[in-house]
Design a protein around this ligand. Structure first.
Ligand code: FAD
Length: 405
């Protein structure tokens, strides 16, 4: 009898966890498992703000997929997915076509600019490891140019960060540490540099405890970060951004760098399938299958689940993507054994938002944490993700051990 074929698209947190768990729960001959990913490496999306600010090397953020999968049980194909045909059960890539009996779509997130004029063209987005490297080099180029320009334009040294949500704040935390280093390296007086966070909503870090938010804002302001809250970006141009400050009042901030960290959506490939979706995120069934498609699982940032306690979607996180990967592996095994699938419920252990390398805020197991303790926990969370996917060897190779800073 032909073995069922399982296709996993994307080797991020969700896809890799699925595959690593399939390796555990399925015997060698139980299925043909193929993992398809754009690059031959996985990158830690949750560390991208560090690579973008230049506080961590891009190489440190990624590792080879082949180092963490069992080549006997899983075939890895480096390819870019171009189309998913959930009716014909096939996937087209730049490296051939693949058919499947079961598919797991774990293609992650893309930036969302909500149609704001010029953002797509002129703002940078911390979307993947290559984009993070680009941002780092762009900022460094601005500093290097300023220091050699005969006629100096100080706006080169202004960095606008659009969005005071989780990603924006974590990026600002890294910039707060990186800017003094860049000033020293390129002979730039610190007072020439502006880092401005622009947020449309009336608050920073919506959903976070107000005491923790005050701590974060106080910490960042003490390091020279400016906040412009309740002032939506209405346009981006090659020179900077226009923000709305009142009913009829606008301000143009000239800037050499604009990084948009204010919104994400699912992978656009979802939108060209017949599966119902909202900004490429699919409201999945309780066992993580796509409505109407029993052989299609969707996890991670491409999936959307409503939190019954708040009646709002769970935020897209690596924590949930990895738990979903574990659950999908069990459900695939169940389907192959003609058993009932299990329902997925996120087990939320807490959230920690870093404020640079040595400070953070968070709520862990219901308790508020700040400062060095929170920063230590953040690093442990980062190391745990490595452990779950690649075991102790990967933690030794890529882990964060500068915990006593
Ligand atoms: P990803 O991990 O993004 O993986 C998607 C994979 O699909 C990638 O390997 C990509 O290369 C591949 N891919 C994409 N398109 C194609 C294609 N066409 N063909 C082939 N392969 C493709 N979450 C937390 O829980 N805690 C945090 O502290 C946290 N911090 C964050 C900080 C930043 C700066 C960012 C950007 C995100 C953060 N998140 C955090 C969110 C978290 O990173 C995401 O929720 C998580 O990465 C989602 O996992 P995923 O498997 O869906 O996608």
């Amino acid at each position: 009898m032909k073995r069922p074929s399982i296709l996993v698209l994307g080797a991020g947190y969700g896809g890799l966890t699925t595959v690593v768990n399939l390796q555990k729960v399925l015997g060698t001959d139980a299925a043909d498992i193929t993992l398809i990913n754009k690059n031959e490496y996985h990158y830690e999306s949750t560390w991208l703000h560090e690579a973008a600010a230049g506080t961590l090397l891009p190489e440190q953020v990624r590792y080879d997929i082949k180092d963490v999968i069992d080549g006997v049980k899983v075939k890895f194909v480096q390819a870019t997915v171009e189309a998913i045909d959930v009716v014909g059960k096939k996937v087209s890539t730049d490296n051939g076509e693949f058919t499947y009996d079961y598919i797991v779509i774990a293609l992650g997130f893309e930036g969302e600019t909500f149609g704001i004029e010029g953002l797509d063209k002129y703002a940078l987005s911390i979307a993947n490891v290559k984009a993070a490297r680009y941002i780092r080099e762009h900022i460094e180029f601005q500093f290097a140019s300023w220091s050699t320009d005969a006629v100096k334009d100080d706006s080169r040294l202004t960095i606008i960060v659009g969005g005071a949500g989780f990603t924006g704040i974590e990026f600002l935390g890294e910039l707060a540490n990186r800017v003094p280093e860049l000033c020293k390296e390129y002979d730039v007086p610190r007072e020439k540099v502006r880092v401005v966070c622009v947020e449309a909503a009336p608050m920073v870090l919506p959903g976070f405890d107000p005491e923790l938010v005050n701590y974060a804002v106080g910490h960042l302001e003490s390091k020279g970060i400016e906040f412009s809250i309740g002032t939506p970006v209405v346009e981006a141009t090659p020179e900077g951004v226009k923000i709305k400050k009142g009913d009829e009042e606008f301000e143009f901030i000239k800037a050499g760098t604009v990084v948009w960290a204010a919104g994400i959506r699912g992978n656009r490939l979802i939108e060209s399938t017949p599966i119902e979706n909202m900004r490429a995120r699919v409201k999945v069934e309780k066992d993580l299958r796509a409505p109407g498609y029993d052989d299609v699982f969707i996890i991670g940032d491409c999936a959307l689940m409503i939190n019954p306690e708040t009646n709002r979607p769970f935020p897209p996180t690596a924590q949930i993507a990895m738990q979903q990967g574990e659950s999908v592996a069990k459900n695939l095994k169940a389907l192959m054994n003609n058993e009932t699938t299990i329902e997925f419920t996120p087990d939320l252990k807490g959230t920690v938002c870093s404020l640079g390398d040595a400070d953070a805020i968070g709520v862990v197991f219901g308790k508020k944490v700040t400062g060095k303790r929170a920063s230590f926990m953040k690093k442990m969370i980062d190391n745990r993700a490595l452990l779950m996917i690649g075991g102790p060897m990967l933690v030794m190779k890529k882990g964060k051990f500068n915990v006593l800073k």
